[in-house]
Design a protein around this ligand. Structure first.
Ligand code: NAI
Ligand code: X2X
Ligand code: MG
Ligand code: MG
Length: 347
């Protein structure tokens, strides 16, 4: 563990230097890692583990699109690809990577394969934290651990292939074997994490649900839509409104924030822009703070979990989500975006 100062607060972080891949392979050399589910995290984690030299199998519903995807990715039916129950029976570490709603449906089946000494692994604190709603209560004689990559499974795989990593948080809910810590850290390194930040299941799910509903996904779309509408109402063309709302942010300004922080991005803009941004950010903060407080309260009360379980458990949940994504895609702002993207000089 390295002690690192985060803005004046000291935290413990696990690094690849102290826990190299060799050590992770040694810790897990007698384990069969069964990755259950092959949606977004499943492929990223399973392929990274395999390429890092771990003993991995995949469990997926037969006759499904994702079964075919697993075959196309090189998993071999009967050798490294099985139906869910068979994979769960073979695994000593079970990575439960179905959708959070899907985990509820499958839990009664999966539970039967959690024999003493196995490890049950999640990438989200959802199932355990909201146990009143999910019914996911593991037996006492298995380890219950979490590695949550802080980003899409798609990025986890892309960064791995680029020789980089994606940071993850990790947590231990139950240490039945005395090996939970070494297992979870080895898995975190194995799936392609760069650094591992310690948390607990509840903190992971509360922060994650807030982030994705907030600044990472929900809020950012809301702010984009509001500014775009103001510009359009005032007679600006779609291309101008899109460029000033999204394109300049993703192509020019956010890479500078990622590189060296907000003040660095500001410092690379005009003094005119700096004056305005420094004046206006606090107004935006004050306007949105009550919405964030409402959001966090809804997460903490289990209301966001209830909403996502109810809506993602219907037989046509995927079609319904796709319909709403289509609406977003077909809005004028994102249609303008599609046209603007085609005009990127490097495209
Ligand atoms: N999508 C991401 O990149 C991230 C996901 N996570 C967490 O990782 C876990 C997995 O998430 P995703 O990969 O997004 O899941 P997903 O929504 O892509 O679903 C994974 C798989 O579950 C299957 N599935 C859904 N319902 C099922 C059911 N009733 N029976 C059998 N299979 C079913 C789907 O067909 C799919 O193959 C979740 O806990 C999620 O919160 C964490 C970080 C990022
Ligand atoms: C990608 C990620 O970490 C999210 C946004 O929390 C999720 O997909 O659930
Ligand atoms: Mg997340
Ligand atoms: Mg999430």
């Amino acid at each position: 563990m390295a002690t690192i100062n985060f803005g004046g607060v000291l935290e413990e972080v696990v690094t690849r230097e102290e826990f190299p891949m060799e050590k992770a392979r040694e810790v897990l050399k007698n384990e069969v890692i069964a990755v259950i589910g092959y949606g977004v995290q499943g492929p990223g984690q399973a392929l990274n583990l395999k390429d890092n030299g771990f003993n991995v199998i995949v469990g997926q519903r037969k006759n499904s699109k994702t079964w075919d995807k697993a075959v196309a990715d090189g998993w071999v039916p009967g050798e490294t690809l099985f139906d869910i129950e068979e994979a769960a029976a073979k695994g000593t570490i079970i990575q439960f990577l179905l959708s959070d709603a899907g985990q509820i449906t499958l839990w009664p089946t999966l539970k039967q394969h959690l024999t003493p000494g196995k490890a049950l692994y999640f990438s989200h604190g959802f199932g355990i934290t909201y146990k009143e709603q999910t019914g996911i209560i593991p037996p006492a004689d298995v380890d219950v651990i979490l590695v949550a990559p802080k980003g899409s499974g798609t990025s986890l795989r892309r960064l791995f292939l680029a020789g980089q990593g994606l940071n993850s948080s990790y947590a231990i809910f139950q240490d039945a074997t005395g090996r939970a810590k070494e297992r979870v850290v080895a898995l975190g390194i194995g799936v392609g994490s760069g650094y591992l930040f310690e948390t607990d299941f509840k903190k992971e799910v509360f922060s994650d649900l807030t982030g994705e509903r907030g600044s990472l996904m929900g809020c950012i779309q809301g702010i984009f839509a509001a500014q775009y509408e103001t510009l359009r109402r005032n007679g600006h063309s779609p291309s101008e409104a899109f460029n000033e709302t999204v394109e300049e942010l993703t192509q020019s300004l956010m890479p500078l924030v990622a590189e060296n922080g907000m003040d660095w991005m500001y410092a690379n803009c005009s003094t005119t822009a700096q004056r305005g941004a420094l004046d206006w950010w606090k107004k935006f903060k004050d306007a949105t703070q009550p919405v964030f407080d409402e959001l966090y309260a809804s997460v903490a009360a289990g209301k966001e979990a209830a909403r996502s379980i109810a809506s993602n458990s219907t037989p046509d949940y995927r079609e319904k989500l796709n319909e709403e994504l289509k609406e977003l895609r077909e809005s004028e702002m994102w249609q303008a975006g599609a046209a603007v993207r085609k005009l990127r000089p490097n495209a």
